[in-house]
Design a protein. Structure first.
Length: 223
């Protein structure tokens, strides 16, 4: 029942790009990259709309903002650049997906969030947060399988997974928990939704990878 928790790698499916670093990706790879990032952004928007806690990395950015006087956007950018800097020893390769990650997720948050209904009752907020985590995880799985370059956090996750050999669910959860602890110590504000995301996003990504592999086990076409 919980086989997905043992997933240790991103599968190669029919929409996977043969090369990470390419300026001419296959249309199907590009399509699924955009689809996955769109779902990722939708899930994060749902978490915001739930109103019971932001994501761990936002808590970290808030804490850094309070300690440095930077804006939240600047703090988020600095964190992202530092995380990408950690890729080098992990032998991670960026691609157009690394750039698209920032722009597409930001666009979805900008245009979708105002249209999402706001839950007032706690039960609704809790359900909203859990659904947002599942959608974010599935979207992350879809775009990672496209193999066009991960975002900063996802690249750190897959790099550390290869280094440690631990399941993706464990690696991602450990990262998120560490980040929220540091962010909270720096003064960032966390809530129940933050804790749910920290503990749930790893299993959610692993579940997405597992389901994609079960539903579409095809190898990509050769170029």
């Amino acid at each position: 029942m919980f086989k997905f928790l043992a997933v240790k790698s991103v599968p190669t499916l029919f929409w996977s790009s043969p090369k990470v670093l390419t300026l001419r990706p296959r249309p199907v790879s590009l399509l699924f990259l955009i689809l996955g990032l769109g779902l990722f952004g939708l899930g994060e928007a749902m978490l915001v709309a739930a109103g019971i806690g932001v994501s761990p990395w936002t808590v970290f950015a808030q804490g850094l903002m309070l300690q440095t006087g930077w804006s939240l956007g600047t703090a988020t950018l600095i964190i992202s650049l530092c995380v990408i800097g950690c890729w080098w020893p992990l032998k991670q390769v960026p691609g157009i997906g690394t750039i698209a990650n920032a722009f597409i997720i930001a666009a979805v948050l900008e245009f979708v969030l105002p249209w999402l209904p706001v839950a007032d009752a706690f039960a609704g907020q809790l359900a909203y947060s859990l659904a947002g985590i599942v959608v974010t995880g599935f979207g992350g799985a879809v775009y990672l399988i496209a193999n066009l370059g991960p975002g900063p956090r996802d690249g750190l996750m897959t790099g550390l997974q290869r280094l440690t050999g631990r399941p993706i669910a464990q690696v991602r959860s450990a990262l998120e928990i560490a980040v929220v602890v540091i962010g909270f110590a720096l003064g960032g504000s966390a809530g129940l939704g933050t804790a749910l995301f920290a503990f749930g996003i790893g299993p959610a990504v692993a579940l997405g990878l597992y389901l994609c592999h079960q539903l579409a086990p095809q190898e990509p076409a050769t170029q």
